[in-house]
Design a protein around this ligand. Structure first.
Ligand SMILES: Nc1nc2c(ncn2[C@@H]2O[C@H](COP(=O)(O)OP(=O)(O)OP(=O)(O)O)[C@@H](O)[C@H]2O)c(=O)[nH]1
Length: 357
């Protein structure tokens, strides 16, 4: 059997709470019984106790075995409340003078609705309470219990006023809970968005310079620990100023976006692409050496040169690349500096080429 989920554990905890409340109610019944306030036999008390205890355990067992997940409301809130209210009314049937006090236990049951019930749920439970009350009165009348109509009327009015009041309070708490849950979800989404923004380059959607540094540090840690190579490639688009001059800054932005998309497609899943700024990119190729990196970059250079850019049919782009393989135990800044020097060389030698250091 799989471990219960967080939601199931929460349901279990609430059901245990409700079970504890019904056990307390049973204790009160037994106290009233011993004090001579209950017109029920010892056998009757035993049956009542047994039924209450077993049904409570059954509710918990249903959650433990995930049977509740088949129901429309897996918390079984209404079922548990109806059951607890029925117990309150059954015990109230057997206490005579203390009946109004025992009925007050129904208010405790209603508070449990604050965990889950909406207005319609409270309405249904309210109707169930009315039904139970009517049945109780009918049963007492049939039994020939002493009923004083004026007293009963006042008691009923007080009882239902309290029921309505507590239900409204419970409903308010339930609404508050729903609002808080929604806020929590919104907050969670906002945090995720902020986290995403913190590591992403706004224009291209690639990783940004800040996160690139973190990636380099991570790769260095992995490489220093064992059999792991990585290569840093600094990629710079050639004469990008001319692209901006020709198509405007917005056009240049669009070209950068398409270039980023192409980089993403060309590298493997285990590699990382970041935009360091302007028209400069970093390719972090993991689990590879300089020779592997050169092959990959040559392929990228070729693809870029042959790409037809959407919206810029006669644009031809080239790039210069500086490659440097990480040397164990050196600071990653040094690897980056070598790649930068190699890139400088590539530019100096006429662009559209790959240099290695
Ligand atoms: N559209 C756009 N252009 C940018 C962005 N960042 C930098 N640039 C432009 O990129 C160009 C870079 O120009 P240079 O540094 O002279 O380099 P280059 O023209 O690519 O020439 P080389 O690097 O020497 O091949 C400038 O025109 C910048 O305005 C950006 O985010 N969007």
């Amino acid at each position: 059997m799989t471990a219960p989920t967080r939601d199931q554990l929460l349901r279990l905890r609430r059901t245990l709470l409700a079970y504890t409340a019904s056990l307390l109610h049973l204790v009160l019944c037994w106290l009233a019984f011993w004090a001579g306030f209950m017109s029920i036999s010892l056998g009757g008390m035993a049956v009542l106790t047994f039924v209450v205890m077993v049904l409570g355990v059954l509710f918990m067992l249903a959650i433990w075995l995930n049977l509740n997940l088949r129901f429309h409301d897996p918390s079984m809130t209404q079922a548990q409340m109806c059951w607890a209210i029925a117990v309150v009314f059954v015990s109230a049937y057997f206490v005579d003078t203390l009946r109004p006090l025992f009925l007050m236990m129904a208010l405790v049951v209603l508070m449990f609705g604050a965990f889950h019930l909406r207005f319609s749920g409270y309405l249904r439970i309210g109707l169930f309470v009315v039904l139970c009350y009517a049945l109780l009165m009918f049963a007492l009348y049939r039994r020939g219990a002493p009923i004083e109509p004026r007293v009963e009327l006042i008691q009923a009015l007080v009882f239902f006023t309290l029921i309505v009041g507590v239900s409204m309070l419970g409903l308010e708490m339930s609404n508050l809970r729903t609002t808080l849950q929604q806020r929590n979800r919104d907050l969670h989404q906002a945090v995720e968005r902020v986290q995403h923004l913190a590591i992403t380059d706004e224009l291209t959607g690639l990783y940004n310079r800040r996160f690139a540094k973190e990636l380099l540090a991570q790769q260095k840690a992995l490489a220093d620990r064992g059999q792991y190579d990585f290569v840093v490639c600094l990629v710079n688009l050639d004469l990008f100023k001319a692209v901006n001059d020709r198509f405007g800054h917005a056009g240049g932005d669009e070209v950068l976006r398409q270039v980023a998309q192409l980089f993403r497609q060309v590298v493997r899943d285990v590699d990382f692409v970041a935009r360091l700024g302007g028209e400069e990119f970093l390719l972090l190729l993991s689990r590879t050496d300089s020779a592997g990196a050169e092959l990959m970059v040559e392929r990228l250079r070729q693809t870029l040169r042959e790409t037809a850019w959407e919206g810029f049919p006669d644009l031809r782009l080239t790039l210069s690349v500086g490659i440097s393989a990480y040397r164990v135990e050196e600071p990653w800044e040094e690897t980056l500096q070598r790649a930068d020097a190699a890139l400088y060389q590539a530019k100096a030698k006429g662009r559209d080429r790959v240099e290695m250091q």
